[in-house]
Design a protein around this ligand. Structure first.
Ligand code: SF4
Length: 241
């Protein structure tokens, strides 16, 4: 079938053999190429271009992943990140289906910007969702990501309906989304969704500055200070479950 053949080809930005920061345990992380959002705190502007990256097949990617399988242990597995993996939902679905057949756990790191039949199908083969929740008010979300917050809310409500284990991820940017009010709202979001088993508050860093310079893309947060680790830890305390 031509449709399924097309679903078998995906465009990836990069492949991290083993990582420990994108989901539980030790994981292989596949970064998909292409993203329609423009988050001002984005660390991977080189993933935005839909024509960049490298084409690969589910079979090739699975073979590559299997080399690291022995490191996954009981907690680890594979995380697909980006870019925005929902833009290649059919491909990621085919990959996750294959990984599950092999007994490998699957996690999806996403902005949750889209929910349609393709994405619903992807969620049926996803064990864990790492959902970015960058701003808690609609105006800021749209201004600083280019995506309406209501889309993310719709996505999260669907995860709740499915009872899908979900981690919320929130990059703390000084002066943008680290106010007491903003974090109180984030706690409300967590409390209203029992599918959320963890909230990760990640300190804003500027390691990506050089990438922006190389690409000739202005980095809006160039003059914003990084978030001190100690303050991030303090702000994270009320989120510990
Ligand atoms: S959704 Fe992710 S990849 Fe896309 S712009 Fe935002 S942070 Fe960057």
């Amino acid at each position: 079938m031509q449709g399924s053949k097309q679903n078998d080809i995906g465009r990836i930005h990069s492949f991290q053999s083993l990582g420990t920061v994108d989901g539980p345990g030790v994981r292989t992380v596949v970064f998909m190429q292409g993203c329609p959002l423009r988050c001002i705190c984005c660390h991977n502007p080189d993933t935005w271009d839909f024509t960049g990256g490298t084409e690969t097949t589910v079979e090739e990617l699975t073979a590559r992943i299997l080399r690291y399988r022995s490191y996954f242990g009981t907690e680890g597995g594979v995380t697909v990140s980006g870019g925005e993996p929902l833009c290649q939902a059919a491909f990621v679905t085919a990959l996750f289906r294959r990984l599950r057949e092999l007994g490998i756990s699957t996690a999806l790191d996403t902005s949750g910007y889209r929910l349609d039949d393709e994405v619903r199908a992807l969620l049926t083969v996803t064990d864990l969702v790492l959902l970015d929740y960058k701003y808690t008010n609609a105006e800021d979300h749209l201004r600083y990501t280019g995506c309406e917050l209501s889309r993310v809310e719709t996505f999260l409500d669907h995860l709740q309906k499915l009872g899908k284990p979900t981690w919320l991820r929130h990059v703390l940017i000084p002066g943008y989304n680290d106010s007491a009010e903003s974090l109180a709202r984030l706690r409300e979001v967590r409390d209203a969704h029992s599918c959320i088993c963890k909230v990760e508050l990640l300190p804003f860093r500027k390691l990506c500055l050089e990438k922006y310079r190389e690409l000739g893309i202005p980095f809006v947060l160039e003059n914003t200070p990084e978030m001190p680790a100690a303050r991030a830890e303090e702000l994270a305390k009320p989120f510990k479950l």
